[in-house]
Design a protein around this ligand. Sequence first.
Ligand code: XMP
Length: 326
Amino acid sequence: MADVRPESLKRITTKALADEFIADQLRAIKEQVGDKKVLLALSGGVDSSVVAALLIKAIGTNLVCVHVNHGLLRKGEPEMVCKVFRDELGANLIYVDAVDRFLGLLEGVTDPEQKRHIIGEEFIKVFAEEAAKLDGIAFLAQGTIYPDILESEQGIKAHHNVGGLPPELDFELVEPVKYLYKDEVRVVGSALGLPDKMVYRQPFPGPGLGVRCPGAITRDRLEAVRESDAILREEFEKAGLAGKVWQYFTVVPDFKSTGIKDEKRAFEWLCIVRAINTTDVVKCTVEPIDYDLMCKITDRITHEVPGINRVLYDYTPKPTATVEYE
Ligand code: XMP
């Protein structure tokens, strides 16, 4: 039977409607899980963060959150997850530093699909290993949202939250936001007190910075992606573009060009800045970035990020280009 959003569920556009939804969900979660334990993979993305905040409110430390750092997260992200959930919300949070494990497996791998596959498979393995160490887990919480259900029913994409999990993770699911659209999840997240940085963050792919470090990932080039991305985000924030531009990031391909640093020849990487707008991600336009802002970003990246001597802006819409480079 098709999983359809109930007609009685109003569109959640205000704090009052979000509060009503939260109260209903707290009751439903308590009824479903009782005093049993629930496991959640907490990536720090909007959907899993909102589910975590809801469950913490409902069942406290009976929710066990697992945050896997695969080494491909943005600067400050693992720290923010630990600060918000462990320190501020008192979550029962297991932080797994799997950086060496992922980067080791990815060493020398150049094919984009193989990189994605390795990252996805290893993530499930790490998560399953953590789950196996725990006693008494009865439920698995997931940040499924309504577009995931619609897209899987239309055959556009495999339901990212169903299937693909190993048999030992075959727990009963808890999916409190599965009938919500993204904008509603954000309203609920704000009503739950999550920081704007988390609730209104731009889309970020599962394979993370791995797809923005084209070709074989090396630690130094990955650091150049991470640092240049942090500078771009900081400058967009200061310029008031953070909540306005759909997605913006940097890419550092495995290509070097000649430059001059400290009056010496510097044969270093180039950094590509991408900033796009869209409503459906099927077609995207390029943000007409201000010249002075681009000069400032270029100056900061070339002077602050080791290994980069040149910055380029990508003017290509989708199509012909995709958003990501791999
Ligand atoms: P493309 O590159 O296909 O990206 O134009 C469209 C949107 O999807 C995101 N994206 C991904 N998200 N796993 C994800 O979770 C992935 O492998 C992946 N690849 C692309 C991309 O960031 C953009 O928002």
